[in-house]
Design a protein around this ligand. Structure first.
Ligand SMILES: *Cc1c(COP(=O)(O)O)cnc(C)c1O
Length: 471
């Protein structure tokens, strides 16, 4: 399997080459040259597999530069009941007639990002050992990504993590999750500033090519193809649990920010998994809902990006969206460049409303969308608690609301649960007047000793800190 860039760069790469890379050299995103096709006989065979073996089968179709026995061992080591809480790894439960929740948030940091990041940690350790190399991961987080990356990379040989976050702006639980880690290869850097300052620092450091090369700086952001690929697996696992046979369609609703999660659903559908509809659920930051309703993709300015009670979906542009649009315009890199380089660069938007390709977004690719507000989230959290004695986090609540607007009779609707409620306790308290239950392993974490340094919003200060801590 070879990988290409959405923007038409002539090079083709293998999986392990793009594993440790971010963007393609021309600024595009990597995608496989074609999507492997899965037929009904294969689906029937996979239906019975434990999660780790299913992951191995799917990953094998995309990874041909790791010996199968090694890849199998990596999957077996990653997806265990010990790490994810159950043998099913992603158990499905029926909420109401035909509406299901797929639990993706029982990993170490209680958000779905663990599903991919845990695999990435093991793939990184494997590939770095094979090359005799090291990697220093520099990241910016407002919460879920940073903790998932740290828990995946802690104690891994050859990897250090330098994670910046806006000082004092994460929830106390999220801060405690990250800062209580005592592993030597994990460095928390609280920046006196906001999340955008952290992102600017990461960009500035990555743009200093000399520094980047000397200190082997890498990232783990959501455009990484390996993360997306890991997420494809749970669409298959959800499908098998929601159906008894292999030709019945299932729909999925996905709380979305950077379009990484739902893009994995798109890949699963392109492989032939019978997915009826993919519902993109957004909050007040409705860049994606606007596109699927109108055909206009309009990136927001920082001042127009709302701080909401589903903060992991507070995005101004959706960094993985380019992958879907590449497929939408028939994989034509010249058209893709016109949209993402010329139009977005010039106007901050592009308009496909009059283009026949836009009609295909719903028709051929099965996409629909929905939007929620803070009031909707509170109402959904209350209603779900009252009718089903089930607590959902604010992001999953956004998903449930959009899902109910897009039901098709006779087609099961699977809503992806992207975090556990305890991560967003303040909103749960606002909705229900009480704190959600906390898993045992997180009791009292706010009181643990904290390992964090505070630095000004200055790329030079962060570079100096990395240089000091790199041997
Ligand atoms: C990251 C995240 C999302 C958004 O996922 P994308 O892949 O960026 O679309 C939604 N909910 C939660 C809880 C998250 O952590």
């Amino acid at each position: 399997m070879n990988y290409l860039s959405t923007r038409g760069h002539p090079d083709r790469k293998r999986f392990c080459e793009i594993l440790l890379e971010g963007l393609a050299p021309d600024g595009g995103l990597y995608l496989p040259e074609q999507y492997p096709q899965v037929d009904a006989a294969t689906l029937a065979k996979w239906r019975k597999l434990p999660y780790a073996e299913l992951a191995f089968e799917i990953l094998s179709l995309y990874i041909d530069d790791i010996p199968p026995a090694d890849l199998k061992a990596i999957c077996a080591k990653t997806y265990t009941a010990e790490v994810f809480g159950t043998d099913e790894i992603v158990p499905l439960r029926e909420l109401e007639d035909g509406v299901y929740l797929e639990a993706l948030s029982n990993g170490p940091t209680l958000a779905f990002k663990d599903m991919a990041m845990q695999l990435l940690g093991n793939l990184f350790e494997y590939e770095l050992a094979r090359r005799g190399s090291e990697l220093n991961i520099l990241g910016a987080t407002s919460g879920d990504t940073g903790s998932a990356a740290e828990y995946a990379m802690r104690g891994k040989k050859g990897v250090r993590v330098f994670m910046t976050s806006p000082d004092g702006r994460m929830s106390p639980f999220q801060q405690a999750q990250m800062f209580s880690l005592q592993d030597e290869n994990i460095h928390n850097i609280a920046i006196t500033g906001v999340f955008d300052d952290c992102q600017d620092i990461v960009k500035a450091v990555s743009n200093d090519l000399g520094f980047k090369r000397k200190y082997r700086i890498g990232t783990v952001n959501s455009i990484n193809w390996a993360r997306l690929l890991a997420q494809v697996v749970y669409y298959f696992a959800g499908y098998f649990q929601a159906t008894a046979g292999d030709d019945k369609p299932v729909s999925f609703t996905v709380p979305s920010g950077n379009f990484g999660n739902v893009c994995a659903g798109h890949v699963a559908r392109m492989m032939g998994l019978p997915i009826h509809t993919l519902v993109v659920a957004t909050n007040e930051n409705d860049v994606l809902d606007e596109f699927f309703r109108t055909g206009v993709y309009r990136v927001r300015a920082a001042v127009d990006t709302h701080e909401t009670s589903s903060p992991s979906m507070d995005i101004s542009k959706a960094s993985n969206f380019e992958r879907f649009v590449f497929d939408l315009v028939g994989r034509d890199p010249a058209r893709l460049r016109k949209l993402f380089v010329d139009d977005l660069g010039l106007n901050g938007s592009f308009d496909l409303s009059a283009d026949p390709a836009f009609a295909q977004a719903a028709g051929r690719f099965g996409f629909r969308s929905g939007r929620s507000t803070h009031a909707d989230r509170l109402a959904t959290i209350r209603d779900t608690e009252k009718r089903f004695a089930t607590l959902v986090d604010p992001h999953t609540a956004d998903g449930l609301k959009a899902a109910r607007e897009q039901l098709t009779p006779g087609v099961p609707m699977v809503v992806l649960e992207t975090a556990l409620p305890i991560k967003f306790a303040a909103t749960l308290v606002e909705a229900l007047g009480e704190e959600p239950a906390r898993p045992k392993k997180f009791e009292g974490i706010e009181a643990l000793p904290k390992r964090v340094v505070k630095l000004p919003a200055d790329a030079e200060a962060v570079k100096a800190y990395i240089a000091e801590n790199c041997d």
